[in-house]
Design a protein around this ligand. Structure first.
Ligand code: R5P
Length: 351
């Protein structure tokens, strides 16, 4: 009787089994490795995360059928692996959201061990409650879709409202780019600056910046006339003779910023405003609104890709990368370490 497995393998399969064993043991090694899959909306950011984390991007195909339907396929096995998909649900929002859902479904059906959706910019977040009857709550719907498609965990950066975390019954980690943005501003802002929230909903956010930068704050009272138009009713705080630094989470059309600059300058602030926001959605009339002559610099992150053409049109725009933050988050999640170090002030939840 042939007692040892190698001898049996050699007899039955002429050595082929031993070769298969070697391949399988290599597969066992990769099974415990994390993997990062990039969605098309976050290709550049995913490449930067891959460089920072040393985790190669998984080879995948994303194509479109002639009728517009999407096709996704992973070119290598993910069985048992700790998988991270990086995809912002920025414009085109519906396409990018659906592609993220397909990637989740693909990873789940390919038996990934755990699937984390890293959504640097969480689109549809601004509809986080019904402001009038017969409206959807899109932020909650998206949370439901992500869990139904296979996400075990979601991580996002500076959600429009922290309450969106509660829309998830799966793990939800909320990190912040505010420490990175504050660090960028620290050495650059004049001493006589004032941090300004363009609406009352941003008071906690501006206070977070104020504590990091040790600067005073002012608040504008903004009313939204409709989805495209806002009006500013009052300035609370002393802005006279100061350099205004407008702090927001999202710059979409830049309408809020343009009106804030006009209001602040009319209230006696210096005509050299700074603007800082985590997410540069930059849609609609953003270029015209942000080319305001009284804006000195606009600082955003790369949670949403900014094309070279847009950068050329907005020379005052400076982009701070969140790649290092997200690479650290992936490393910590994979190793089961606390994410508190990634929050402002060593543990406080971002605003
Ligand atoms: C609103 O609540 C947000 O914090 C931003 O102020 C808003 O999304 C900016 O939009 P826009 O740039 O189109 O005025």
């Amino acid at each position: 009787m042939i007692g040892n497995p190698t001898e049996r393998d050699a007899l039955y399969y002429g050595g082929a089994r031993a070769v298969a064993n070697e391949a399988e043991s290599a597969q066992e090694q990769t099974a415990i490795q994390p993997c990062v899959v990039s969605g098309t909306a976050s290709q550049e950011l995913s490449e930067a995360i891959s460089r920072q984390s040393g985790i190669p991007l998984l080879d995948r195909r994303i194509e479109r059928f002639p009728d517009g339907e999407l096709y996704v396929r992973l070119s290598e096995s993910v069985r048992g692996r700790d998988a991270f998909i990086v995809q912002s649900t920025c414009a085109p929002v519906n396409d990018n959201l659906f592609e993220l859902l397909l990637l989740l479904d693909t990873l789940r059906r390919a038996s990934a061990g755990r699937i984390t959706a890293i959504i640097p910019y969480y689109g549809y977040a601004r509809q986080d409650r019904k402001s009038i009857g017969r409206e959807p709550i899109t932020a909650k719907l998206v949370a439901n879709l992500l869990a139904a498609a296979g996400a075990n965990r979601v991580l996002s950066v500076d959600l429009h409202s922290p309450a969106i975390q509660g829309f998830f019954d799966i793990g939800m980690d909320h990190t912040s780019a505010i420490p990175l943005l504050a660090e960028h501003l620290r050495a650059r802002l004049p001493r006589e600056s004032v941090l300004v929230s363009p609406d009352t909903g941003g008071v906690k956010r501006v206070d977070t910046y104020a504590r990091m930068l040790d600067l005073p704050i002012a608040i504008l009272h903004k009313r939204r006339a409709n989805a495209r138009e806002v009006e500013i009713a009052a300035v609370v705080g002393d802005v006279r003779g100061k350099v205004p630094v407008i702090v927001d989470d999202i710059i979409a059309t830049g309408g809020t910023i343009r009106r804030a600059v006009d209001t602040l300058v009319a209230a006696g602030a210096r005509p050299e405003a700074w603007v800082v926001a985590s997410h540069g959605v930059l849609a609609g009339d953003a270029i015209a609104n942000l080319s305001h002559p009284q804006i000195h610099e606009i600082v955003v992150t790369d949670t949403i890709p900014i094309s070279p053409a847009l950068r050329a049109e907005l020379p005052k725009l400076h982009v701070v990368s969140v790649a290092d933050l997200l690479a650290s988050a992936i490393h910590r999640l994979h190793k089961g370490l606390s994410l508190s170090a990634l929050f402002p002030q060593g543990g406080a939840q971002p605003i």
